[in-house]
Design a protein around this ligand. Structure first.
Ligand SMILES: C[S@@+](CC[C@H](N)C(=O)[O-])C[C@H]1O[C@@H](n2cnc3c(N)ncnc32)[C@H](O)[C@@H]1O
Length: 158
């Protein structure tokens, strides 16, 4: 949870990519205060940059797309993203943000159903996951909070 995350972009020293700025603006318009903080965004952008060509990254709890934007801004162009969010207005905002990026899919729904939309997806405590060609990075897989999901991932990563 990023309490005050949206507002923290007003004072941050972190260099923020334009796509992230747009996601944060959408959050401000929707009175959504929980964007990931810039420091976290920078961290997950480094992780995303390490996913090899053809990999997939999934996220649970899109918000208005700030975290997704951090990752999209650094990932290889052929890496695909799936993100799922319960709130319709936030989903719509994120969809608009990534409308010109076919590699990004934003779904309205419960994170528990993300496995219905994409294989080799692992949600973890930061809401981020990384997968590459059916293999989940072990340190990330081990952080899955949901036992059934972890078991499925272990199976699907063989
Ligand atoms: C901390 S905010 C996400 C911040 C966003 N990832 C970012 O980087 O700016 C958590 C989001 O998760 C969503 N959420 C909560 N429970 C959910 C669920 N079961 N399925 C999908 N989204 C959920 C909330 O509506 C909220 O938008």
């Amino acid at each position: 949870m990023s309490m005050g995350g949206t507002a923290s972009y007003e004072t941050t020293d972190v260099v923020v990519p334009p796509l992230v700025r747009a996601a944060v603006s959408a959050a401000t318009e929707l009175d959504f205060p929980l964007c990931c903080r810039p420091e976290i965004g920078r961290l997950i952008s480094v992780l995303a940059a390490g996913v090899p060509a053809g990999g997939r990254i999934g996220e649970t709890g899109t918000g208005t797309g700030a975290g997704l934007a951090w990752m999209v801004s650094t990932a290889r162009p052929d890496v695909k993203f799936v993100s799922i969010e319960l709130d319709v207005d936030r989903t719509d905002a994120a969809r608009q943000l990534f409308a010109d990026r076919p590699s990004v899919t934003v779904i309205t729904g419960d994170s528990a159903t993300i496995g219905d939309h994409a294989r080799s997806i692992c949600s973890c405590s930061t809401g981020v996951l990384a997968a590459e060609r059916g293999r989940i990075h072990p340190p990330i897989r081990s952080k899955c909070s949901d036992r059934a999901e972890r078991s499925r991932l272990t199976t699907s990563s063989r």
